[in-house]
Write a protein that binds this ligand. Sequence first.
Ligand SMILES: [Zn+2]
Length: 60
Amino acid sequence: MKRKWASCSQTGRLTFDTELLRQPAGFRAEVIVHELLHLKVPNHGPLFKALLKAYLGEKN
Ligand SMILES: [Zn+2]
């Protein structure tokens, strides 16, 4: 099962697991950018994926 590292509420509050602080910087960036994007795009549709790729680079 994939761990839930962070969440975004409908009121725009982002919550992060403090365990994330012990993860590699690259992974932290992915999780944080992912949640920040949810403030603009609430779902995981094509627009979300395109923006994520734009922010994190081609490896994603
Ligand atoms: Zn998400």
